[in-house]
Design a binder for this molecule. Structure first.
Ligand code: APR
Length: 269
């Protein structure tokens, strides 16, 4: 895979909860996954629209469970950032809402438009940039459903925890976590951008995702259909293993630093 990446014109990565698991962020499925402790049905877009107060009341507990502590990027995030700095990674399409790719790439938290394509540029020696697409948005922010204003999520969760259900914007609009909820359409821009990247890619890496949630889970198939070499790195099987050229059943913290150092090592030595 390292040679393919070094030779590739366009390398794209799709990441899921598994890349942040070593940082301590809970994953969603598998033993002790988030959906073992919380009912997905309480967090659908339909419920948010029907019963915003009840949605927010339940959401506080989920947010505290998922993001109750400050997380740091781990060596797998850093390895992808290093590939980007060396001009070997066109884009990271992440399903994660923890913002850790942005922290690893730029050393600062994310900002700007969520669930749209959010690009943090990681300028590097060859001048190319790595785009970070937050397909499912960013849980560190909330967004007003009326005026669209975005603000930091933590103070709003505090207000909800103190009984402001649902928390509202100064304009009177209801805040929504700035993430894509089950049953909510991903913004067209984000998924179209991700599908275009998958089609353009010569190498497509699916890292730390169970690949069961669409439309993200369709991207490796799109990439394979247009001739890309597909690599999957997860601890368990995925429904797209038959699509992959390479399946690594290894920990991201083992595989990615090795892959990055093989690709970026100075060949002139
Ligand atoms: N190294 C490699 N793979 C890992 C590691 C690790 N250290 N830890 C976990 N994994 C793998 C698991 O084997 C699993 O395949 O990461 C995957 C995590 O799968 P999920 O928990 O389903 O996470 P994800 O695929 O990101 O879920 C997609 O579902 O609930 C929604 O919106 C939510 O974005 C999320 C989406």
């Amino acid at each position: 895979l390292a040679d393919e990446i070094r030779r590739a014109e366009t390398v794209v990565a799709l990441t899921g909860a598994g890349i942040s698991a070593p940082s301590g962020v809970p994953t969603f499925r598998g033993d002790d996954g988030v959906w073992e402790h919380f009912d997905e049905g309480q967090f659908t877009y339909g419920r948010f629209q029907r019963d915003p107060a009840g949605f927010w009341d339940d959401r506080v507990a989920l947010h505290r469970d998922l993001f109750g502590e400050e997380y740091e990027p781990n060596v797998a995030h850093e390895a992808l950032a290093e590939l980007g700095r060396d001009g070997h990674l066109e884009a990271i399409c992440t399903q994660n809402t923890d913002g850790l790719h942005l922290d690893a790439a730029t050393g600062v938290g994310g900002d700007g438009d969520s669930s749209q394509s959010h690009s943090s540029t990681d300028a590097n020696a060859t001048g190319s940039e790595t785009t970070v697409l937050e397909l499912h948005g960013n849980a560190q922010r909330v967004r007003c459903q009326e005026c669209g204003a975005r603000t930091d999520a933590d103070p709003i969760y505090d207000r909800a925890e103190n009984g402001e259900l649902p928390p509202t914007c100064d304009c009177g609009g209801i805040y929504k976590p700035d993430v894509v909820l089950f049953g909510e359409q991903l913004s067209g821009a984000a998924i179209q951008r991700a599908q275009a990247l998958a089609r353009e890619s010569d190498v497509f890496l699916a890292i730390g995702s169970s690949l069961v949630v669409t439309p993200a889970a369709s991207l490796p198939r799109t990439a394979a259909a247009t001739g890309a070499t597909v690599g999957i790195v997860t601890l368990e099987e995925t429904p797209l293993d038959d699509v992959a050229d390479v399946c690594c059943r290894r920990d991201v913290t083992d595989v990615l630093p090795r892959l990055s150092s093989l690709v970026t090592r100075d060949l002139s030595r």
